[in-house]
Design a protein around this ligand. Structure first.
Ligand code: ADP
Ligand code: MG
Length: 457
């Protein structure tokens, strides 16, 4: 043993630091090399780790050594590329013949592809109350990547615009800053690429690629659930980018708490910045989205058709788009103006039954028919006798009052009557209500029956 062997002192200092430091994986990259007078030589696998560790730990380590030994020893951190890249717990092993990070960085720049879909821009994203927080946060990030709100997590159900918003961030940054490297990838692609790099001895390239971008966008991180090894890798990627103030954006189809089998360290990192959610669009927003999408495709539909689709497809934007695509195709192929009837027919499979909490039109008609002791078929039919006409008008009025059917849709329910006929009928009843108290009590009785029966079902 030479006079200046500080190995055991170093080991003791290291183990004490590990005890009090949760970020110990950084420390585990440090290898002891040798000692000189007043100096401990350590080694790490690359310049990247050297920078990180010097910034974060050098002074902590030196003061710990002083605390233990009373000596003012210096630490020197060298780069040794032959070192193992990862700690013993990590299953990922480095490639045998590593490339310099700088070279690798150049490589990526040359073959660089952002993977962004150019159509997903902020301009094409319809804002509403359900998404304004997410929209504004995303927009702010695109103007100032890596500076605030890092990482950003966008979460929400399927088809609500997570991918669109995330790519809009990427597109906006790439429009204004061509010096920045932006990379969009789905969690699934990231995982596949990682596994491929393992089997192909290309882990070093994989690491270089992801740890050297300026903006990393990872879509659908719920996919990482239960995938231990790739989570580990992602953790290091995260640390590398986060600690150097590079922007990271994630999306997830549920809240972080609901993602099962996610490494705790990763979960805490994901949640460190800002989390914003996307909610399903309300009726008015659905109309705006349909109009905007139709306009983008240079087609137009009547307000009634737009409202019909928006009213009936309330799940998410992807379903709205699918419905629109279908009616646009019909319009173009059949070269016919789309009416509510045509739309209804085209979309009958996706519309199915209305939401269960919606009052059924059939129920209303049946109750009115029973009340007036006439047949349900007659109310919906074309007979013009006074009693039947009156019952029909009342039915229309009640449907208009108690459901969110438009006058056009009500017309369809009554054998294809025009919406102006429905409006006329409703007005007749409204006029009678103003001056005829028995009319009022009839309507009240019917409403009560309808409500009772619909809640009993
Ligand atoms: P998610 O990733 O949440 O499943 P996407 O971002 O893939 O949803 O959105 C599905 C489709 O709906 C995309 O074509 C997208 O452009 C569109 N979309 C979603 N939200 C909006 C919105 N607010 N304005 C315009 N289009 C939207
Ligand atoms: Mg998506």
């Amino acid at each position: 043993m030479s006079e200046w062997d500080y190995r055991s002192l170093w080991e003791r200092a290291l183990s004490e630091i590990k005890k009090s430091n949760t970020d110990e994986m950084w420390i585990s990259y440090i290898h002891y090399e040798n000692s000189q007078e007043g100096l401990i030589n350590l080694a790490v696998p690359s310049a990247f780790y050297k920078n990180q560790i010097e910034k974060k730990y050098k002074s902590i380590l030196e003061s710990k050594i002083h605390e233990i030994s009373g000596e003012n020893l210096k630490i020197n951190i060298n780069i040794n590329e032959n070192l193992d890249y990862s700690d013993e717990n990590t299953e990922v092993k480095p490639e045998e013949n590593p490339v310099e990070f700088a070279d690798a960085r150049k490589n990526i720049t040359e073959t660089y592809n952002t993977n962004l879909n150019k159509n997903y821009t902020f301009e094409r994203f319809v804002q509403s109350e359900a998404n304004s927080f997410a929209y504004n946060a995303s927009y702010a990030i695109s103007k100032n990547p890596g500076k605030e709100y890092n990482p950003l997590l966008i979460y929400g159900g399927v088809g609500l615009g997570k991918t669109h918003l995330m790519e809009a961030i990427g597109n906006e940054i790439s429009r204004e800053r061509n010096d920045l490297k932006i990379l969009y990838i789905t969690a699934e692609q990231f995982t596949n690429e990682f596994l491929y790099s393992l089997s192909d001895h290309k882990t070093r390239e994989f690491k270089n690629k992801y740890r050297n971008v300026d903006v990393l966008l990872i879509d659908d991180i719920h996919f990482f659930s239960g995938k231990k090894q790739v989570q580990e890798e992602l953790f290091y990627t995260f640390e590398a980018l986060y600690s150097t103030n590079h922007q990271i954006v994630f999306t997830c189809d549920r809240t972080l708490d609901q993602v099962k089998d996610l490494n705790d360290r990763l979960r805490s990192r994901f949640g460190r910045g800002l989390q914003v959610d996307l909610q399903p669009p309300v009726f008015e927003t659905r109309c705006s989205i349909l109009m905007k999408k139709a306009e983008e495709k240079k087609v137009s539909f009547s307000q009634e058709v737009i409202e019909f689709v928006a009213r009936n497809i309330a799940t998410n934007v992807r379903d709205l788009e699918a419905a629109l695509t279908k009616i646009i195709a019909y319009k173009e192929l059949v070269n016919k103006e789309i009416t509510v009837e045509i739309a209804q027919n085209l979309l009958k499979d996706s519309i199915g039954n209305r939401k269960t909490n919606d009052l059924s039109v059939e129920l209303i008609i049946k109750i009115v028919a029973d009340y007036f002791n006439i047949s349900h078929v007659d109310i919906k039919g074309k007979k013009r006798n006074t009693n039947i006409s009156f019952a029909r008008q009342i039915s229309m009025y009640l449907i208009r009052e108690m459901t969110n059917y438009s006058t056009t849709e009500i017309g369809i329910e009554f054998g294809g009557k025009d919406h102006s006929t429905v409006m006329y009928s409703c007005r007749q009843i409204e006029e009678k209500l103003k001056c005829d108290p028995t009319m009022d009590s009839t309507i009240q009785t019917l409403k009560t029956r309808i409500k009772n029966q619909s809640s009993a079902r």
